[in-house]
Design a protein around this ligand. Sequence first.
Ligand code: DAH
Length: 337
Amino acid sequence: MNLQSLRDQFLLDLAQCTHSKDIEHVKVSYLGKKGHVSALMADLRHASSQERPLLGQQINDLKQEITQKLEARYEQLASAELNIRLEQEWIDVSLPGTARATGREHVIVKTLHEAIEILRNMGFSVQYGPDIETEYYNFEALNFPKDHPARDMQDTFYLQPNILLRTHTSNTQVRVMESTTPPLRIIAPGKCFRSEDVSRRSHVSFHQIEGLYVDKHVTFADLFSTLEEFFGKLFQSDLKMRFRPSYFPFVEPGVEVDVSCMMCQGHGCSICKKSGWLEVAGAGMVHPEVLKYGGIDSEQYSGYAWGFGLERIAMLRYGVPDIRLFMENRLSFLEQF
Ligand code: DAH
């Protein structure tokens, strides 16, 4: 092939390149070791010595022209391709993302953890009693008479004769007394079960935190001040507290614990039913019989105990009107906390 027709052929080939990758093929076929330009160079041998310098010069010029044209075309194609890619791969960073729903503590667990934290800082350690319990620890060792109505099948889930689902966390009291020499200062959180009609205010399954303190010279005043401090911190409010006499077989005297309504500061509202007070716990001085069951000398030691329901506390704190909401696992409810 002569110089002119090689150049024409090259221009044609170049014009056919539509992609930057095509340039590489053309480059190899013209400028490669076995390419057309090298072949022309090799042919120089056959030229006469007069023709050779000029011809050599012309071949070199062509080689340069081809190199430049290939480079220029490559740049052109590559930048067009890049633009297309940028156009296609454009991301709208302002579009809303796909949010992942993250889990969180259930409101009862959250309340439990907060209560535990406060009580730990007040010197109580945490102990856990079993959910499945013997009649002995749930009733007998707590001084419940044999014919007490709470022992009745109607109130208690019996799994077998003498084996039941604990009806309160008080079951942990004598277990702890048996294994610890006073002073002891514990709380026992956990699930409780009662065979009750489910309603806005009661459920078959709920949670309590028991408190138990046994030492020398423990008095009613200790119980009062401890609960007052605890509930004040839990409700984050400067509340008043009062005891009303009540009966629980395992304490003497026994009381119901009221706190001033944190919704209306005791003035009276729909939450406290206009009374200004909310019942939050049962408590009392540990009955000498119970200390005896626990192997503790009631002449030397005295103690106090309390128990309260976590659902009730959470209902008051967050204004939840129905205890069943805690069990239903409806996300729209749970996500509020
Ligand atoms: N166990 C009682 C209940 O479930 C609550 C209670 C009352 C616990 C008085 C106590 C107490 O420790 O002293 O209703």
